[in-house]
Design a protein around this ligand. Sequence first.
Ligand SMILES: NC(=O)c1ccc[n+]([C@@H]2O[C@H](COP(=O)([O-])OP(=O)(O)OC[C@H]3O[C@@H](n4cnc5c(N)ncnc54)[C@H](O)[C@@H]3O)[C@@H](O)[C@H]2O)c1
Length: 248
Amino acid sequence: MRLAREGADIIALDICAPVSSTITYTPATPEDLSETVRLVEAEGRKVLAREADIRDDVALRELVADGVEQFGRLDILVANAGVLGWGRLWELSDEQWDTVIGVNLTGTFRTLRAAIPTMIEAGHGGSIVLVSSSAGLKATPGNSHYSASKHGVTGLTNSLAIELGEYGIRVNSIHPYSIDTPMIEPEAMMEIFAKHPTYVHSFPPMPLQYKGFMTADEVADVVVWLAGDGSATLSGTQIHVDKGALKY
Ligand SMILES: NC(=O)c1ccc[n+]([C@@H]2O[C@H](COP(=O)([O-])OP(=O)(O)OC[C@H]3O[C@@H](n4cnc5c(N)ncnc54)[C@H](O)[C@@H]3O)[C@@H](O)[C@H]2O)c1
């Protein structure tokens, strides 16, 4: 919706369903995606929205092809879909591991692989924004698989920034801290901290906002900036979107 406000037509995808029984928070629904369509159209832009899983290569390639047929070319990619799970490393099941790594790392790889050739072909450069996390830069005890997946996204960002430099395509990652979305379950976190008080030091309050969480809109401000020409000198950077929390 925020990118539409800046003048972009939008290709949107979301799984709109539970990703795995190992993910405990409320999943997105088809109605959520319809609401996104409504919000983009209210900004006066066109939108092609589809229910798809970022682990599904065929679906991704079809969506890119259909989007480019409708809108002409692809300039911006925001790889945002992701899932969070909890558990100590030696207690994680294969399904917990495969779900988080499969969506956050492999799914992000497939998203990039499906979109990049079209961006190169268009020959207009472009901007890719990868949504990592503070967990992609530091330790997050209680979700090492999530942290591993988000560190992986950081690695993809930096290698790609060099590979895509010759095509004028910039690649940067954002590293948000706590945002008020369904993914964040304060009760589940409190339970873990009560059991393992040493973990709490890895999740400090934000210096600029001592209580509560950031809004998704505040994070979208940074995505819009990275997508646009105002950040033309940046590629291969890790932007902390954390109100200072990573400095503790
Ligand atoms: N909420 C936070 O505090 C926080 C902090 C740092 C990073 N992040 C990252 O921000 C991104 C957005 O998360 P959010 O907080 O808005 O959570 P969210 O659960 O509200 O949104 C994630 C979206 O991704 C979709 N999704 C998940 N797996 C998918 C798949 N396989 N294919 C297609 N769609 C899929 C979900 O249906 C959902 O709509 C994620 O990558 C997350 O890891 C969130």
